[in-house]
Design a protein around this ligand. Structure first.
Ligand SMILES: Nc1ncnc2c1ncn2[C@@H]1O[C@H](COP(=O)(O)OP(=O)(O)O)[C@@H](O)[C@H]1O
Ligand SMILES: CC(C)(COP(=O)(O)O)[C@@H](O)C(=O)NCCC(=O)O
Ligand SMILES: [K+]
Length: 258
């Protein structure tokens, strides 16, 4: 039975994202009608209540953060506009996971792979980049299996590491709106340059290596998503497709298969 109206949720390490899907059709991977998010560490329950429409809907979630999942599940039990709450595990997600310990893979990585697998041309593998707290670069084979990938620190995560592991480096706020000069002329500028251009280069090189290892007849289709996607994507020099809310679309697709 298709679930045409639902709330899909992606509980990440920095943000919890909610998306309302109406008249969802798997063929078109319908985009969400509206979205809402709050910090994983200070949930904005009032904001969530205001965002929720009048309809009572089923909620489906993937989570990589256990306590945030537990709090949201507790909230769902007292919120009358939630008809059911379903947290996916890897077994319930509609994708083959061709690695030794499938239960260890982040469910957000798998949900994004579900969406990319659905959207890709069937004779091409896919590479899925999700840029958030961590940046993941994952591979979906031409046969449609999640075959693994790479986990890199996100830009803000790297910035925190530099500040905490050194005496002299400050905690800087990452300004993602303006591209930094490559040659920084003070500590902060130098860190901004290294964090930004280093991430760009790291992602590009990782994509190249993943693509080489896939060794497919046709080049992989490369999908980009996640909170920091708009800062990385313009610098890739690769044929990429930016898709908003790839994880949430994967959750909505997965909900159709339960
Ligand atoms: N301290 C912060 N202040 C403002 N925005 C932040 C802060 N930390 C992270 N962000 C932003 O939050 C978003 C997190 O990305 P997202 O894909 O939601 O990550 P995750 O899935 O790891 O929670 C990014 O756009 C990031 O730039
Ligand atoms: C790699 C991640 C930390 C990414 O999380 P995010 O940046 O979306 O918050 C998450 O997918 C995770 O906790 N994974 C578990 C380990 C694994 O995927 O192998
Ligand atoms: K991520």
């Amino acid at each position: 039975m298709p679930v045409e109206s639902l709330v899909a949720i992606d509980i990440g390490n920095t943000r919890v994202h909610f998306a309302l899907f109406e008249n969802f059709h798997a063929d078109e991977v319908t985009p969400p009608v509206s979205t809402f998010s709050y910090s994983t560490y200070s949930s904005d329950i009032q904001g969530l209540r205001n965002w929720l429409s009048g309809d009572t809907l089923p909620w489906y979630t993937v989570s990589v953060h256990r306590s945030a999942l537990a709090s949201l599940e507790a909230f769902s039990k007292i919120e009358p506009r939630v008809s059911s709450f379903f947290a996916f595990d890897h077994k319930k997600l509609p994708i083959e996971i061709a690695i030794p310990s499938p239960e260890k893979v982040g469910l957000d990585r798998l949900a994004a792979a579900v969406a990319a697998n659905h959207m890709r041309q069937k004779d091409r593998p896919a590479i899925v980049v999700d840029a958030g707290t961590a940046i993941t670069v994952d591979a979906v084979s031409a046969q449609g299996e999640f075959v693994g990938g790479a986990i890199l620190p996100g830009m803000r995560t790297s910035a925190k590491a530099l500040a905490s592991q050194t005496d002299a480096l400050p905690q800087i706020t990452i300004d993602l709106e303006n591209k930094p000069a490559a040659i920084g002329t003070n500590t902060t500028e130098a860190m901004q340059s290294g964090l930004f251009w280093g991430s760009v280069g790291a992602v590009r090189e990782t994509i190249r290596r993943v693509s080489d290892q896939l060794n497919s007849d046709k080049p992989p289709q490369i999908f980009f998503s996640g909170g920091d996607v708009n800062y990385l994507a313009p610098w890739m020099d690769l044929d990429i497709e930016t898709v908003d809310h790839l994880v949430l679309r994967g959750v909505a697709l997965a909900a159709q298969t339960l």
